[in-house]
Design a binder for this molecule. Structure first.
Ligand SMILES: Cc1cc2nc3c(=O)[nH]c(=O)nc-3n(C[C@H](O)[C@H](O)[C@H](O)COP(=O)(O)OP(=O)(O)OC[C@H]3O[C@@H](n4cnc5c(N)ncnc54)[C@H](O)[C@@H]3O)c2cc1C
Length: 460
């Protein structure tokens, strides 16, 4: 007779790992299965030829929840903080211009024309109403602030966060704070200020961090704490509903590992894979899951890491890096100046620059060969950063399902998903397509899910 597990989590990316860790810490026997031989999903760090590479996310938002998780895991001393004042640049008219990051700085800089500045001031003083329909990010910015702000600032930042297309991303799904601000105050600026004032607890200063040995440090620490609760190289290939003798609904999960298939039973199931995989796996539980989850698109991204001798790069590289508006002729979406942010990323006398290509606006480019991508990126960034020689190191990591797109209709899809899930109270979803794609969002949802299960277990 197959023993019944209290909880099975499918998918050992950051979402599944954090959830398993929090449940086991609370004394709840959660088992996590991960298809790949390594946990962490898109978070991977590697040392190659003396360069410390992050092959997915480059930095993590230093939220209070994340810092407290690091302290709990015993890795707080390995945290590296990016310089808080590091400027970000956008490519405007062929040159890199520093982005003013607050409304006052924006009004006093030459980054925007007087007409756009006037429209920002008009938002602070006037009142507008959002349309009923699901508005795209691009339509919202054009309506409130004009095309220039979309082109110079919002579009590039949308590339940086979602690798997305602002014409298709839904404002209320992708940037709920902006939507709520207009809804509540009739003004983005007044609404954001009001929301900041009403937030409880000490004010968090935005910060970005990584770890001495790269972002995978977080994954390794979580995996070590989960210990025997984590099984790698075990792919879930099918899930069906299992009626317990007492009438409760559990799950029968088919797992393929080392060329053999086995079945486990679980009272509760937490699906922590990407949306499309979740839909396929749950087909036999309820066929209606699949079309809803398959409706969430993912954009592909190629991560191109290039190492140069410092003497071959004339630009100061003082800053975070730069983003590229889609109207430019470049295919690079943006470049992070890793060696300016965190120490120990390169051999002495070298710099490391990581660029992103592809995304929702140019998916085909992510499918180029590694050689083509290295060449393309070098050719595009060399004139901007005054690079005089070819890179002496290059690495390309392509992620076909890199980032979920919170496109128009996303909130309807999530509501439909919740309606289907409500019929199966022992089923939960976590992952980057639900409450934001950033690691901080995934951690927050995973912790909240574990906490909800813990408090329910306590009250029964
Ligand atoms: C190129 C790139 C750059 C990014 N940059 C940043 C950044 O700078 N800052 C930031 O905060 N965020 C960034 N992100 C976003 C963030 O890293 C991800 O959204 C987050 O790590 C996703 O975690 P996850 O656990 O939800 O999903 P995933 O990492 O996708 O994990 C899902 C896991 O499920 C496993 N799985 C799939 N199918 C099965 C199965 N059948 N059985 C068992 N296991 C299965 C997979 O192998 C995988 O390990 C970036 C993402 C990418 C791709």
């Amino acid at each position: 007779m197959t023993p019944t597990l209290p909880i099975l989590i499918v998918g050992g990316g950051i979402s599944g790992l954090v959830c398993a860790y929090a449940l086991r810490k609370a004394g709840i026997e959660a088992q996590l299965v991960e298809a790949s031989t390594k946990p962490g999903g898109v978070i991977r760090s590697e040392i190659r030829e003396g360069f410390l590479l992050d092959l997915g996310p480059q930095s993590i938002s230093g939220t209070a929840a994340l810092r407290s998780l690091c302290a709990d895991l015993g890795i707080a001393d390995q945290v590296e903080q990016a310089p808080s004042a590091a400027p970000r640049y956008v490519l405007i008219d062929g040159a890199l211009k520093a982005v003013p990051l607050s409304p006052p700085a924006m009004l006093s800089s030459s980054f925007l024309s007087p007409r756009t500045k006037w429209r920002i001031a008009r938002d602070a003083l006037g009142t507008t109403r959002a349309p009923e329909e699901d508005e795209s990010v691009a339509a919202f910015v054009r309506r409130k602030f004009g095309a220039e702000l979309l082109e110079r600032l919002v579009g590039p930042f949308v590339s940086g966060i979602y690798a997305g297309d602002p014409e298709r991303l839904s404002l209320r799904a992708a940037f709920p704070q902006l939507y709520e601000a207009e809804q509540s105050a009739g003004s983005v600026i007044r609404g954001m200020r009001r929301a900041a004032k009403s937030r409880k607890g000490p004010r968090e200063r935005p910060s970005l961090l990584s770890f001495r040995d790269g972002n995978e440090t977080l994954v390794r620490a979580l995996a070590a704490k989960i210990g025997p609760g984590l099984r790698v190289g075990a792919e879930v290939v099918g899930i069906s509903v299992h009626r317990e003798p007492a009438g409760a609904t559990g799950f029968e999960i088919r797992i393929s590992a080392s060329g053999r298939e086995e079945t486990v039973l679980a009272e509760r199931l937490i699906v922590a894979t990407s949306a499309d995989v979740a839909g396929t796996l749950l087909r036999d539980v309820n066929a209606a899951f699949e079309p809803v989850l398959a409706g969430i698109e993912y954009a592909p991204v190629a991560v191109v890491s290039l190492g140069y001798r410092r003497e071959d790069v004339s630009h100061s590289l003082a800053g975070f890096g730069f983003l590229v508006p889609r109207s430019s002729s470049l295919q690079v979406l943006g470049t992070v100046w890793n060696s300016s942010l965190f120490p120990g990323r390169t051999p002495a006398g070298h710099v490391l620059l990581t660029s992103f290509v592809g995304g929702a606006t140019n998916p085909g480019a992510a499918a180029l060969s590694a050689q083509e991508l290295s060449k393309l990126v070098h050719n595009e960034i060399a004139p901007l950063l005054q690079i005089r020689a070819a890179p002496m190191f290059s690495h390309v990591q392509t992620c076909r399902h890199a980032l979920p797109q919170y496109n128009i209709g996303h909130m309807d899809r999530l509501r439909a998903l919740e309606r289907l899930r409500a019929d199966l109270p022992a089923l939960s979803f976590i992952g980057n397509y639900l409450r934001g794609p950033a690691i901080g969002n995934c951690v927050q949802l995973a912790l909240a899910t574990a906490e909800a299960i813990r408090s329910r277990a306590k009250s029964t």
